[in-house]
Design a protein around this ligand. Structure first.
Ligand code: UT7
Length: 323
């Protein structure tokens, strides 16, 4: 059978780093509060010349270089983002053009922080369905542009950045020893929309709007949703937490990551944590964390890797990949 195998990874971060202490003169907060409650120590913030498209392009070029491929080798681009350059056209098409790619097709996916997990799942279906041989999957965000910089309960949490992977058709036997995407489980439920949303949009206010979050409420639901979808993925693949080599969760809050790993019985040393460096970069958080763990040699060919995300909507999901 056809499997969607990871051929390369890449990342891009804005030049400017903002440390927790840099917020101290802006809102009533402290480095200590942010670090203790979230695990975040710094985040990258896009400059005027850095956008979701430019960061996405840079991450895509890094992934292409890692894979030893050129844009000519890519059939489809899927970009996960909630902060597109324009309401339309899709920022994925802008990235396609920036890459000098005038064949195939490109589109955006909107599932907020779960966007990358949704996009990988979609790319996997294009490949297994025979519609594409190689798909460039990007998560790129500039959440700094939709933050209310006077709201301490949200502005300290998010950062900008982009990560990318290239999935390529490979041969598998259908078992979990195969390389590639092995199982996935996606969920959404609009009941909790008002707990995490942006208070503007083209069809309502005609404005971009600002991110609004009832953090404590999101936190309350997060661990249960994350563990449910991971357990569904485990049972699909017929594996348990002990079989995993690496857990690469959405990087929103170190306390949520720790509580989820503990509930699932995933050993602490198998968890990839980058929230301290990047903050919450929404759809970019999982591919950014992945590219760090690949670059530093932790995730190697053959490793069994679990990706997970949860965000606005609510949306949530998990993907199991053998590297
Ligand atoms: O990516 C999408 C998913 N998003 C998430 O997963 C985020 C989920 N939520 C969280 O990560 C946490 O709920 C937060 C980090 C947002 C907040 O942590 P918490 O432990 O839930 O704190 P809290 O909201 O219960 O607030 C505790 C106190 C409050 O003061 P009072 O009411 O106890 O007097 C807040 O006003 O901390 C206050 N507070 C702050 N203090 C200093 C809120 N933000 C700040 C701040 N600095 N930046």
């Amino acid at each position: 059978m056809i499997r969607s195998v990871v051929r390369g990874t890449g990342a891009a971060l804005p030049r400017r780093i903002m440390k927790n202490a840099d917020f101290e003169g802006m809102v009533e907060t402290s480095d200590e509060w942010i670090a203790q409650r979230t695990g975040i120590r710094q985040r990258h913030i896009a400059g005027d010349d850095e956008t979701t498209a430019s960061l996405g392009e840079a991450a895509a070029r890094a992934a292409l270089a890692d894979a030893g491929l050129t844009p000519a080798d890519i059939d489809v681009i899927v970009l996960a983002t909630s902060t597109p350059n324009n309401t339309f056209p899709a920022t994925a098409v802008e990235i396609q053009n920036r890459l000098g790619m005038h064949h195939g097709f490109a589109f955006d996916m909107q599932a907020v922080c779960s966007g990358f997990v949704y996009a990988v799942t979609t790319a996997d279906l294009y490949i297994r369905g025979g519609l594409a041989r190689r798909v460039l999957v990007i998560g790129s965000e500039t959440f700094s542009r939709i933050l209310d910089w006077s709201d301490r309960s949200t502005c300290v949490l998010f950062g900008d950045g982009a990560g990318a992977v290239i999935l390529e058709a490979g041969e598998g036997t259908g078992g979990i020893a195969d390389r590639g995407v092995l199982a996935a489980s996606l969920r959404s439920d609009g009941t909790h929309k008002e707990k995490l949303f942006v208070d503007g949009g083209p069809s309502t206010t005609g404005t971009v709007g600002h991110l609004r979050m009832e953090g404590r409420e999101v936190f309350k639901h997060a661990v249960g949703m994350i563990t449910d979808v991971i357990e569904a993925t485990f049972s699909q693949a017929g594996i348990s937490a002990d079989d995993l080599d690496w857990f690469v969760p959405h990087q929103a809050n170190k306390r949520i990551i720790d509580a989820s790993a503990k509930k699932l019985g995933i050993a602490e040393q198998k968890v990839v944590v980058t929230v301290d460096l990047h903050g919450n970069t929404s759809a970019a958080s999982v591919p950014l964390a992945l590219s760090v763990a690949v670059a530093d040699g932790r995730i190697k060919k053959g490793a069994l890797v679990l990706l997970e995300a949860m965000g606005g909507g609510f949306t949530w999901g998990a993907v199991l990949v053998r590297w």
